[in-house]
Design a protein around this ligand. Structure first.
Ligand code: CTP
Length: 419
């Protein structure tokens, strides 16, 4: 999405389409320079008809005044667990009960750490722990802080619990550094929350879509397997995005530690053969399929029933590998009217290899990522993709968070489904 300041003029037409009437949004603000952008976010939610209540940390009010937030939200601002301004002492619970969603923007390293570890020592952190519906977190911090192992670990914990991370963007940071860490713009945060709450156009209502994600494991013996580094993040993000647009999603996932959105039908498998069987079961009734799994191309010819012991084995142990079924290839051969999309992770001759796969597997489009791009591929929260389609179109996207990449992929799918 092209960024243009805060996009007010652009969002105006969009918000007319919104149906957030009656939706209740808790906006959590922590203490970072991006706190001033919360004012724009409140305006967008209010214009779309939502009710907004703000809860902030004391540091947040160093960056934006209570009066501004109260005027824009037309509600009082919460910043104390106990205090004369509270109606009663469990107000953080009453506030949490009130909201349909909780959006933390900006989210500092501190509030992310507290939420990941269950620490509740102020109005924002206690309200978050008392809240049991969908939470959105928009991190904002210096790029070195964002890359710190502790912050990355905590963001991972939140993501694994189904919290939607609105990835920070790249650019100039208030601290003078240039890099990733700038809070995503209010119009993008609005778009994500709006889509979740059903305010966006549900273009995929009633469509059946099959998605694969994660690695496969091919057993050598009961203890060892051949696997790969796929985290499953991309496929799970695609499944979430599809579901938020009203699709009925069957997610067939290899072993990952991720949990699926409640609106996604999750089938867990381990081997390529199990993934093949599950996909073949769902594919005939599907309108489309996006195959993001990193499927093993080879498996051991035989999987031993007992653990291989060094004793009695030759010094150079040899494994004979045989090919697995090409799931996507089989679907391409079997497809009727389904729109079919695959992935290609390449290290060299990227676009040429991707086109070969697009044609040989009879795909409508293929999502290419290159391991030569920093921040792209398996284990990152970000990805840099190029989409090539069967009409010869090539669209190259910049590095984005995987949630935003999922939006681009689903937009492309919708176009190919003539929606
Ligand atoms: N794929 C699949 N079944 C396999 C192998 C791959 O369905 N046995 C799918 C992947 O999910 C992906 C696409 O095919 O969408 C391309 O996978 P990739 O591993 O890049 O390509 P391969 O066809 O396996 O070719 P190669 O490994 O030789 O590059």
């Amino acid at each position: 999405m092209q960024k243009q300041g805060f996009g007010f003029r652009r969002i105006a037409a969009f918000s007319i389409l919104s149906i957030l009437e009656g939706k209740k949004i808790i906006l959590g603000i922590s203490g970072g320079i991006a706190a001033y952008k919360a004012a724009f976010l409140i305006r967008l939610f209010k214009k779309a008809g939502a009710g907004v209540k703000v809860v902030g940390t004391s540091n947040a009010f160093e960056f934006i005044s209570r009066v501004t937030l109260e005027s824009l939200s037309e509600n009082k601002v919460y910043d104390e667990v106990f205090g004369s301004q509270n109606d009663y002492s469990t107000e953080h619970v009453a506030l949490a009960d009130w909201g349909d969603v909780f959006v933390v923007a900006p989210a500092t390293a501190n509030i992310i750490g507290k939420l990941a570890n269950g620490i509740a020592d102020d109005a924002l952190s206690t309200s978050l722990l008392a809240f049991n519906r969908q939470v959105f977190v928009a991190p904002a911090m210096n790029c070195k802080m964002l890359d710190h192992f502790a912050v990355q670990h905590n963001i991972g914990v939140l993501r694994d619990q189904g919290i939607y991370i609105i990835e920070p963007a790249e650019g100039y940071l208030a601290c003078g550094y240039e890099g990733r860490g700038r809070m995503e713009e209010p119009d993008e945060i609005f778009r994500v929350v709006n889509t979740y709450l059903g305010g966006g156009k549900k273009t995929l209502d009633g469509k059946h879509i099959l998605v694969t994600a994660g690695p496969t494991r091919e057993n050598i013996d009961p203890v060892r397997y051949i696997g790969n580094h796929s985290s499953g993040l991309m496929g799970y993000a695609i499944a979430r995005e599809l579901a938020s647009r009203g699709a009925m999603v069957n997610l067939v996932s290899g072993p990952t530690h991720l949990t699926a959105d409640g609106r996604v039908q999750l089938t867990r498998v381990s081997t390529a053969e199990e993934m093949f069987d599950a996909c073949m079961k769902f594919f005939p009734a599907a309108d489309a399929a996006i195959m993001a799994a990193a499927v093993a191309d080879y498996k051991p010819e035989t999987s031993r029933s007992l653990k291989i012991k060094k004793e009695g084995e030759p010094e150079k142990l040899q494994l004979t590998l045989v090919p697995t079924e090409d799931i996507l290839g089989a679907m391409g051969a079997a497809k009727q009217s389904q729109v079919l999309a695959g992935f290609a992770l390449e290290t060299d001759n990227e676009e040429k290899n991707a086109i070969k796969k697009l044609e040989s597997k009879k795909l409508d489009f293929i999502v290419l990522n290159s391991l030569n791009d920093t921040g792209a591929g398996f284990t990152h929260d970000t990805n840099k993709i190029t989409i090539l389609d069967n009409n010869g179109n090539v669209v190259r996207y910049p590095l984005k968070g995987k949630e935003q990449v999922a939006v681009d992929i689903v937009d492309t799918l919708a176009k190919h489904m003539n929606i």
